[in-house]
Ligand binder design. Structure first.
Ligand SMILES: Nc1ncnc2c1ncn2[C@@H]1O[C@H](COP(=O)(O)OP(=O)(O)O)[C@@H](O)[C@H]1O
Ligand SMILES: [Mg+2]
Length: 303
């Protein structure tokens, strides 16, 4: 498989001396969905700003499809990679949504009909028809989020980088956005790198996780990372709620060979357990249950 992104020995210090990244190495294959997880201040945003060339590499380098980012022109970079910022107000600044989405394609040198085509396609794929003449700053947060994604998609990048995309979205908009992102990945093979605190979304959104805490701590599938209790504790990382619930059920005698990471996995896991156990599950309180629950708490509570 081709490498979409290669990060080699990347270190970065802000002008005030804050070391944000140290010796970061990372490889993202074409079409892969990567989640970058790490506590506040771990360097997620700083790393992303290096991927799209906003920050020049001071030490180390970033390659996109084998080409060194710092040697590419802005116009070449935006064809490879587009970034959706955490705050849509940092992304949208034109008087109408149409203008905002057209801004990128116009800067790529496209003209009249080509621009309109790009805008229409982005509007359609984000379900924003009828919003073309609306003022972006008047949209709801969920609509603004989709609008920023449309503005990035109109440049037709091969890699999409999203900084905390589900933060502050209501449950409906969150589910909708997760669906849209997965569709872009499925249908157009877009490579995705997503910084997120939303651990419940990770099993649905990512094939692989990079745990970042200034350095890359670990990489693995969501299952590998969420099972590594020590890693989670040391880096203040959380696990999906459904995973925790099934884990605590073990203290009550629930016999489960594979803890679920998502509701779908929970449903199929429960079905399997109940079918093999003769039609019901059996939970009980025994002598050590409360000690086990206490230990369980210590595993997940980071203080
Ligand atoms: N403009 C800046 N100047 C100085 N330090 C900064 C600046 N932006 C971020 N930092 C610091 O760099 C570190 C990484 O920040 P950031 O990349 O925003 O982390 P994250 O996105 O994981 O929360 C933090 O310690 C943060 O305080
Ligand atoms: Mg950040």
């Amino acid at each position: 498989m081709r490498e979409a992104i290669t990060v080699r020995d990347l270190s970065y210090k802000y002008p005030d001396g804050t070391k944000a990244l140290e010796d970061v190495n990372m490889e993202v294959h074409e079409g892969e969905r990567i989640a970058i997880v790490g506590p506040n201040g771990a360097g997620k945003t700083t790393l992303m700003l290096h991927l799209n060339g906003t920050f020049r590499c001071m030490e180390g380098e970033v390659e996109l499809f084998g080409k060194t980012v710092s040697k590419l022109k802005r116009a070449e970079i935006v064809k490879e990679i587009g970034m959706v910022f955490q705050d849509p107000d940092d992304q949208l600044f034109m008087p109408t949504l149409f203008d905002d989405i057209a801004f990128g394609p116009i800067n790529q040198g496209l003209k009249g009909d080509e621009v309109r085509e790009r805008v229409d396609k982005a509007i359609m794929s984000l379900g924003l028809s009828g919003y073309e003449d609306r003022a972006p700053h008047r949209l709801s947060f969920g609509e603004k989020k989709k609008a920023s994604l449309a503005a990035v998609m109109a440049m037709e990048p091969r890699i999409l980088v999203l900084d905390e995309p589900t933060a502050n979205l209501d449950p409906y908009s969150r589910t909708e956005l997760i669906g849209i992102l997965n569709e872009l990945n499925d249908r157009e093979g877009i490579t995705m790198v997503i910084a997120t605190h939303d651990v419940n979304a990770i099993p649905e959104l990512a094939d692989r996780i990079y745990a970042l805490n200034r350095r890359i701590i670990e990489t693995g599938t969501p299952r590998e990372i969420f099972f590594d209790g020590e890693l989670l504790k040391q880096n203040k990382l959380d696990v999906p709620d459904v995973f925790k619930l099934f884990d605590v059920m073990r203290c009550f005698g629930f016999n489960c060979d594979k803890l679920p990471l998502s509701l779908d996995e929970a449903v199929s896991g429960l079905t399997r357990v109940i079918e093999t156990a003769g039609g019901h599950i059996h939970l009980h309180i025994h002598e050590h249950t409360h000690d086990e629950v206490k230990k369980w708490r210590e595993k997940y509570e980071h203080h």
